[in-house]
Design a protein around this ligand. Structure first.
Ligand SMILES: [Zn+2]
Length: 218
């Protein structure tokens, strides 16, 4: 089962991916992880990516595509994968089709997780982190036992510097602008399954994951 997972931050994508990974026994591949691995292992692609990052430039599609291709061709992807953070544009989506075609397979499902923007903002703003052990809490969905104190360390939790409402709104806008054409591309292929994740309809990440798994087993 070859899956692409799309969804803005704060939709519960990590939780859904974790459940799918466990149930379907396929790896969860995030582009962030692939980048970090290539850079850490000092691969040729990692070196090129570092060079761009150091110059404050976006890593070109060719580099990202090559990293994804190499990762997808590893043995643990024999029965499929959950790709997260890729493709980000039509050119990458077309490249992914090519990579899979060469492998004699195709994309089975694009899981698109949707949460109302107001709710995303509320959730992300409610996020707290332990400065000592880095455990992440959410004052709405996953509260610590006492006030804003880490259950493990007894240390006062902090907000991440990146989590200001203004920065978040900008990130979300970029995400939706980027995602729209890619979703359209996949809708034309008829492989998109949209999942609403929202407290307002009492439907959270685990229910969405269950629904996706049921739809794949049909
Ligand atoms: Zn802690």
């Amino acid at each position: 089962m070859n899956i692409v997972m799309m969804g803005a931050q704060g939709t519960g994508k990590g939780t859904v991916a974790g459940i799918l990974k466990g149930e379907l026994n396929i790896p969860h591949i995030s582009t962030g992880d692939i980048f970090r691995k290539n850079i850490k292992e000092g691969t040729e692609l990692g070196k090129i990516a570092t060079k761009y990052a150091d110059e404050g430039k976006l890593v070109p599609d060719e580099v990202t595509n090559a990293m994804v291709k190499s990762r997808i061709n590893e043995p643990d992807c024999e029965n499929g994968f959950i790709l997260d953070g890729y493709p980000r544009n039509i050119a990458q989506a077309e490249e992914l089709d090519k990579i899979l075609e060469e492998k004699g397979t195709k994309l089975d499902l694009v899981a698109y997780l949707k949460t109302p923007t107001e709710e995303i903002i509320e959730r992300v703003m409610a996020r707290r982190e332990c400065p000592k052990c880095k455990r992440v809490y959410n004052m709405v969905l996953n509260k610590p036992k006492n006030g804003e104190i880490c259950d493990d360390c007894g240390v006062e939790l902090t907000k991440r510097v990146d989590d200001t409402e203004e920065k978040l709104k900008t990130r979300l806008e970029i995400f939706f602008n980027e995602t729209e054409p890619v979703i359209k591309y996949y809708k034309e292929k008829g492989i998109v399954k949209e999942e609403e994740i929202s407290i307002s309809i009492n439907r959270l990440a685990p229910e969405a994951a269950k629904d996706l798994i049921d739809s794949m087993r049909k």
